[in-house]
Write a protein of this length. Structure first.
Ligand SMILES: *[C@@H]1O[C@H](CO)[C@@H](O)[C@H](O)[C@H]1NC(C)=O
Length: 166
């Protein structure tokens, strides 16, 4: 009888444990948001087909002091910078993630700080790079606000203003 009880208790404990894991995976643990951010960067590095940023960016995202943007407008902005800086490529250098406490964190509410190396080819065979430092606010697993400062030190003057639009 006692053995059965212990067995049942263990089974119960294991199920609660397994349920919690499943719930965390569904809603966004630390790993999930990191993976999601990397997938976002992969998308920026892709051809960015229509709708490709919808799963990463909240409609009406506040980016620096721009007016609220739709994911489609974000795609248009990055594409216009890519047109001026050929071969534009984003690579994550540092990533620091701080989830909100409790269930908020599990639901994808978090602060994320990233330093990214952004490179491009001003002409074939030549590569230049600059840095972006960006603080993101994630809500429900999507970017809701972002404050970014780019370090364009060392870029040709004509490219500096373009790079600052990122
Ligand atoms: C930035 O990225 C470019 C392209 O991948 C690379 O060549 C360069 O070494 C990187 N710079 C630093 C300081 O990591």
């Amino acid at each position: 009888m006692l053995v059965t009880k212990i067995l049942l208790l263990n089974l119960f404990a294991f199920n609660v444990f397994a349920l919690n894991i499943a719930r965390n995976e569904a809603c966004g643990t630390n790993m999930d948001l990191k993976a999601k951010y990397h997938a976002y960067i992969d998308t920026l590095n892709s051809d960015m087909p229509p709708g490709s940023l919808d799963q990463y960016i909240k409609d009406g995202v506040k980016f620096n002091d721009f007016k609220p943007l739709s994911p489609a407008e974000c795609i248009a902005n990055v594409k216009s910078v890519k047109a001026d800086l050929p071969g534009l490529h984003f690579a994550v250098d540092w990533l620091i993630l701080e989830k909100d406490q409790g269930s908020q964190g599990a639901q994808g509410f978090a602060n994320l700080a990233v330093r990214a190396n952004i490179s491009y080819h001003p002409e074939p065979g030549k590569e230049l790079a600059f840095w972006e430092h960006c603080f993101y606010r994630f809500e429900e697993g999507k970017i809701a606000r972002a404050k970014s400062v780019v370090d364009v030190w060392g870029l040709p003057e004509k490219d500096q203003a373009i790079a600052r639009n990122l």
